[in-house]
Design a binder for this molecule. Structure first.
Ligand SMILES: Cc1cc2nc3c(=O)[nH]c(=O)nc-3n(C[C@H](O)[C@H](O)[C@H](O)COP(=O)(O)O)c2cc1C
Length: 338
């Protein structure tokens, strides 16, 4: 199997809502929810992608040859690469007719593990959205990170207990899900105060990550609550139209909380070069969403592993071309200032 074969298979298997475009830029699917699109005009998704494309990288080949390592340690585990599959759930609704929730979770969790990285799993209205991820994590010996919707605090805490039982190394909550068109009617999905977050953080020994942070002020509140980290994310542009790109808000957030908690980011990251760019801006790790779904629908577990290796090889090549032998060499001096 090669990547072109994966794309071809995915076009057949994704049910027509995802067009498996050559560039996954938010243009072909704007407004397509259910489906992979951005909300409303789709501008938030498209901007995530575009603003990353505008960043340019400085070449530097004048250095003594050395080996290149893309390894990283996060959530107490070592990974081969600093990027992970983002949580994607309710696939029966978004890409109907091919995978069950369980089959999708297995492809992501097993495929990421095989390639030396880790998959986040999601949550949703139907019970299997969360439990299928847990089951896959259990089967891989705790190799996945469940991401819980912002239900009432007690419900979140009981879902965290289930994550502990399957050996997950960390647990996340997508705080921005309150804006999801398919879930917004549910009164139990709601924003959380710093005190609510503290109760959740204190309920577990697992590192707790809040996904859906788009301002330095929100990041500081999450820090105050004692969380392990954040994901700078606008949910791939699916929860609010007309937001800035995640890569545009990243520098302010880095200035406010870098070194005090872990900063992950997602939104429009499509290549190893994009991974390099956000690391250069100060992110500690990266999530990739829709392209991982395409890899899963086009090649199952094997497709997910192959896609991971493809992005990893691009990252490694970018490090060679910029004189970086470890991830800690990737800093803002590697980006062109114009
Ligand atoms: C169909 C679909 C379902 C998603 N389901 C979830 C989910 O259950 N939980 C969550 O935190 N994020 C969910 N997301 C958002 C992704 O985790 C991620 O934030 C986003 O896709 C990143 O942007 P990218 O796809 O441009 O890489 C979903 C995204 C899509 C496209």
């Amino acid at each position: 199997m090669d990547y072109n074969q994966i794309l071809e298979n995915a076009r057949k298997n994704m049910g027509g809502r995802c067009l498996v475009c050559k560039e996954c830029s938010g243009v072909g699917c704007k407004g397509v929810i259910p489906g992979p699109g951005g909300k409303g005009t789709g501008s938030s998704f498209a901007r995530n992608y575009l603003k990353l494309q505008e960043l340019k990288i400085n070449m530097d080949l004048i250095y003594s040859k050395s080996s290149v390592s893309t390894e990283i340690e996060l959530f107490g585990r070592k990974f081969k690469y600093p990027f992970f599959a983002a949580p994607i759930s309710a696939v029966k609704i978004h890409y109907p007719g091919y995978f069950s929730e369980e089959e999708y979770s297995n492809a992501i969790v097993f495929g990421c593990k095989a390639a030396g990285t880790i998959g986040f799993t999601g949550d949703g209205e139907s019970k299997d959205c969360y439990t299928s991820g847990l089951e896959a994590i259990k089967l891989t010996g705790g190799w996945g990170i469940p991401t819980i919707k912002p239900w009432g605090v007690e419900d979140v805490i009981s879902k965290i207990k289930l994550a502990e039982q399957v050996g997950a190394p960390a647990v996340a909550m997508d705080i921005d899900a309150a804006g999801l068109p398919v879930l917004a009617k549910d009164k139990e999905i709601c924003p959380k105060s710093v005190d609510d977050l503290k109760r959740i953080v204190e309920s577990t020994k697992l590192p707790f990550i809040v996904k859906g942070i788009m301002t330095a002020k929100s990041a500081e509140k999450v820090l105050e609550a004692g969380a392990y980290g954040i994901v700078v994310s606008n949910h791939g542009g699916r929860v609010l139209d007309h937001t800035p790109a995640t890569v545009e808000v990243l520098p302010d957030i880095v200035k406010a909380v870098k070194g005090k908690m872990k900063i992950l980011i997602d939104g429009g990251i499509r290549s190893g070069l994009d991974v390099f760019k956000v690391l250069a801006l100060g992110a500690d790790g990266v999530l990739i969403g829709r392209p991982y779904s395409v890899a899963a629908y086009g090649g199952g577990e094997e497709g997910v592993a192959l896609y991971t290796e493809k992005i990893g090889a691009e990252l490694k090549q970018t490090m060679v071309m910029t004189g970086c032998s470890t991830l800690s060499d990737i800093d803002s001096s590697k980006l062109w200032q114009g």
